[in-house]
Design a protein around this ligand. Structure first.
Ligand code: SF4
Length: 336
């Protein structure tokens, strides 16, 4: 992906998100940079509070005030979108960027029939007649695996199961054929048996339509099954980013190694992240130097004094002073 930036659907460069409080300024995202190519699925993973959902919200223009983009750029294709008005961002959301959140009821109006919600969204964003919008909505319901869509067109959200509701949300997110979908824990609220189906569906729809996806999850299994590349976040920064196979098979950053625990192979990646001793620092208590240093077995004086930048290393980027000095394959991942 040499000219990824020039072709990228999404380019995030040096993104910094601050939250002003009475006790001072909190730094929630610090120097976050990445691109997503057409049709590519980039997963964001990390413990709760790492900044992965905030990254998605910043792209969608949905940061909760007083949180704000303090510096950096977000570009959709060539167009810069981090300085647009709320009105302009509303137009971009839905038309060019679709969103799928953990709770389908956040995206659905409980008082409106499912068919009407789809038709209304389609007609808001696409120049089609009522009849064309109805046909398009039915086709989308079919595409996301809603059985007998004609019969369910007039049903209300509460008449669907959780899995079916999330399928409708995916249909809503895709109905204006966006270039990018931001999916934040899209399957976390669903039964395990339904999770794999919904992930497969999202992946397939993105593949079929060439849609790119930013997938936020706390589950490395979801990343292994769904994403092409993965960005590992810690304390508001990307600490490792690369192809899923490289990062999962051979994690370099000590935090990524900790998350992967003793998982011996990509196929065995099925569950939530491993527990690492200690806790992610609070925003107002970020340690000096590398934010991971209090939990890192390899920490040196340099780690406690200076924050490492994200730099190229073994076909990925890593933010660790010791990236080149650590063993290539960590002992805990060696197979017997
Ligand atoms: Fe550990 Fe130092 Fe690397 Fe941070 S920079 S992850 S403290 S070795």
């Amino acid at each position: 992906m040499t000219n990824a930036t020039s072709q990228a659907v999404l380019t995030v460069q040096g993104l910094r998100v601050e939250i002003p409080t009475r006790r001072g300024l909190l730094l929630a995202l610090d120097d976050v940079s990445f691109t997503i190519a057409p049709g590519e699925i980039l997963g964001f993973v990390g413990e709760s509070g790492a900044g992965k959902s905030l990254t998605g919200m910043a792209i969608l223009g949905l940061l909760d005030p007083p949180g704000r983009v303090a510096s950096g750029e977000i570009r959709l294709g060539e167009r810069r979108i981090d300085q647009l008005s709320q009105r302009e961002m509303r137009r971009i959301r839905g038309k060019e960027i679709g969103a799928v959140f953990q709770d389908p009821l956040m995206s659905l109006n409980p008082l409106l029939q499912i068919g009407d919600q789809l038709v209304e969204t389609i007609r808001t964003h696409l120049p089609v007649s009522q009849e064309e919008a109805v046909q398009r909505a039915l086709a989308l319901m079919r595409a996301v695996g809603i059985p007998a869509p004609e019969a369910r067109f007039t049903a209300y959200p509460h008449q669907f199961s959780g899995g079916m509701r999330q399928r409708i949300v995916i249909a809503l997110a895709l109905c204006a054929e966006p270039r990018l979908v931001v999916a934040d824990e899209p399957t976390t609220a669903l039964d395990v048996s339904i999770q794999a189906q919904v992930l497969q569906l999202l992946r397939q729809l993105c593949r079929d339509k060439g849609t790119s996806m930013l997938l936020v999850t706390h589950d490395m299994g979801v990343i292994a099954e769904t994403a092409d590349r993965v960005a590992v976040m810690y304390a508001g920064r990307i600490v490792e980013i690369g192809a899923v196979e490289d990062v999962i098979r051979n994690p370099v950053h000590p935090y990524t190694r900790g998350l992967m625990g003793a998982i011996p192979s990509l196929k065995a990646v099925t569950g939530p992240l491993a527990q690492i001793d200690g806790a992610m620092p609070r925003l107002n208590a970020r340690p000096v130097g590398c934010a991971f240093n209090p939990r890192c077995a390899y920490a040196t004086d340099q780690c406690r004094a200076q924050s490492p930048r994200l730099e190229s290393h073994q076909q990925r980027k890593v933010a660790c002073w010791l990236a080149s000095a650590l063993p290539v394959k960590p002992a805990e991942l060696e197979t017997e």
